[in-house]
Structure formats: structure tokens, C-alpha cells
Design a protein around this ligand. Structure first.
Ligand code: PLP
Length: 297
């Protein structure tokens, strides 16, 4: 946007450099093509049709979302092959059933037998199957069954053995890559998550179970390791915009960050050597800047 147009904006305003978004998206598409792995971009960062079109190359297929509001928004606009990449909340089974019956391919994540029990109680119409990805924790320490626990394997078997349900894949998110500093550490996390996921896939295969596999995060997919080519998919999302945190951990350069918060100076306090700007805590992030470690500020 030209300087004149920028200065006419009401502040605070989120300013997106679309050329940078297009470049970031193109780089990710190329990295995945070189690896031979399917890219499934996550929509949670931008939640827009414009960026979704850029990240899917206009196909409007193969995306991940973090809420059902996002899922419905994209479904309403002709997107399909959507993963609701969030441990299934039991109160949302009916809405997921609705999307599964409406779209060609709506997929959910599951990491507990209780959720499987709920799916059994709600068979899909017209002979459709629930498409389920088993959420595996490979060191992220958030959602998912721990890869080393026998429960992970027995849950996979239970999914396979459940009528009306298909084990579509194994999904491991390596959010622990956000604790890294530098490419070497990021690639160590990418390698470990890949290895643990592939070992789990081998275990499944040995008992006659085959399905897809997906790992990812923006840091790991910005600096992928070769073995990630043995997976079916990766699912980064933040890379469309990137941000300062990503540049601090070594995921991208500051020049690649495609968003800025535009503000204006609304006060000058020489006695405190400070300027007052038209941008409060929430203008920077819903979480404020307080969640970032001090060395990132
Ligand atoms: C389950 C899941 N998948 C994919 C992503 C996308 O990862 P990133 O934000 O690092 O691009 C996230 C982000 O938090 C996530 O929680």
C-alpha cells in the first residue's frame, strides 16, 4: 500500500503485506513439493478467504482449522477436505456430524476412548464414515496420547475396530519447536517428531494398520528435515504472516514478517522521554505482549 493510503487508515490497524504473504506461501509450497509431502495449511492465524486462497494455491482443498466457527466459515465458502485439528470436545459431536454429512471430507482429531464412544452413539447418515486422525503427543506436551504409552496403540486399534469410523491418519503437532533458538534446534525437534511418528506408523503397519501421517508447525516446516518426506502431510499455518516471535526463534527473518500493527503518535511526554501511541495492549494481540518471554520483547 502506498504511504498516502497507509496514513489515511484509522489506527490501530493490522497492515498485511500481501506480496510477502504470497512469497511466504510460495516458499512453503515449494518446500513441500521438494520433500514430496502434501501441504495442509492451517487457517487459525489469519482466518480469511484471501489468505486461504493464497495458501491453498486457489484449490480451496486440504486445510486445517482450530474451531468449528472456522470450519463452517470455510465450508460455507466452498472449501472442502477440512481437518478440525483440535481434541474433539464432546459437546461438538453433533456439529461435527453435520459437517461430515455435508462435505466430501470433514476430518476430526481424537485422543481419548471417550470421544470414540461418542462417535459410536452418532453414526453418520448415508453410509458415511467418521474420518478420524489419532492425535499423538511426540513431545509437544499439550493434547494427544503420548507416543510411548500403550494407550496410543490400543486407541488406534479401537478406532480401526469401530464400525462407521475410519482411522484416516496419525497427527502430531510439534509446538515444542517454539522453545527452540535457531535452525539447528528447530530441526532437532522436527527430526524427533518425525522419527517418533514414523516409528508409531511402523508399529501400526506391523499389525496390519495403514493410514496417513502428519506432523508440523511453522518453525519445523520452514526448516524441514529430509525424513519429513516419508510422511503423508504437514500442517503449518502461521508462516503466511510469520511474526516477531518466529523471527526470534529462527523460523524466519524479520524481512519475511508480512504483518504490522499501524499506529500513530497521540502524545509527547518529554518529561518522561516517552511518546504515547494510539495502540493499546489488545491492539498488539488478544493476549497482549505479556505472554512473550522478556528476551523477545
Ligand atoms: C493442532 C495444530 N496444528 C497445526 C498448527 C499450526 O502450527 P503453526 O501455528 O506453528 O503454524 C497448530 C498451531 O497451534 C496446532 O495447534
Amino acid at each position: 500500500m502506498k504511504e498516502k493510503a497507509l496514513s489515511s487508515l484509522c489506527t490501530p490497524a493490522l497492515v498485511v503485506d500481501v506480496d510477502k504473504v504470497k512469497r511466504n506461501a510460495r516458499m512453503m509450497i515449494e518446500r513441500c513439493q521438494n520433500l514430496g509431502v502434501q501441504l495442509r495449511p492451517h487457517m487459525k492465524t489469519h482466518k480469511t478467504l484471501e489468505c486461504a486462497d493464497i495458501m491453498t494455491g486457489g484449490s480451496r482443498r486440504c486445510i486445517a482449522v482450530s474451531t468449528l466457527a472456522e470450519a463452517c466459515f470455510y465450508a460455507d465458502h466452498g472449501f472442502d477436505d477440512i481437518i478440525y485439528a483440535y481434541s474433539l470436545p464432546l459437546d461438538k459431536v453433533e456439529r461435527c456430524a453435520d459437517l461430515s454429512e455435508r462435505l466430501d471430507l470433514f476430518q476430526i482429531l481424537l485422543d481419548h476412548p471417550h470421544a470414540l464412544d461418542e462417535l459410536k452413539k452418532r453414526p453418520l447418515r448415508d453410509g458415511r464414515l467418521w474420518h478420524v486422525w489419532l492425535k499423538l503427543d511426540c513431545g509437544n506436551g499439550r493434547a494427544g496420547v503420548l507416543h510411548s504409552q500403550p494407550e496410543a496403540f490400543s486407541l488406534a486399534q479401537a478406532i480401526v475396530g469401530t464400525k462407521g469410523v475410519e482411522l484416516t491418519g496419525v497427527y502430531a503437532h510439534c509446538g515444542n519447536s517454539y522453545n527452540c533458538r535457531g535452525v539447528e534446534q528447530i530441526q532437532a525437534v522436527a527430526q524427533e517428531t518425525t522419527d517418533l511418528t514414523l516409528q508409531f506408523m511402523e508399529k501400526l503397519k506391523a499389525s496390519g494398520i495403514t493410514c496417513k501421517s502428519s506432523i508440523g508447525s511453522t518453525p519445523s516446516c520452514s526448516h524441514p528435515v529430509k525424513d519429513m518426506g516419508k510422511l503423508s502431510e504437514v500442517h503449518p499455518g502461521n508462516y503466511g504472516f510469520y511474526d516477531v516471535q518466529q523471527s526470534v526463534i529462527g523460523s524466519c527473518t524479520l524481512e519475511e514478517v508480512a504483518v504490522k500493527v499501524l499506529t500513530r503518535v497521540i502524545g509527547h511526554c518529554p518529561h518522561r522521554n516517552q511518546l504515547l501511541i494510539d495502540c493499546g495492549w489488545c491492539g498488539l494481540s488478544l493476549d497482549g505482549a505479556g505472554k512473550l518471554p522478556l528476551d523477545m520483547l
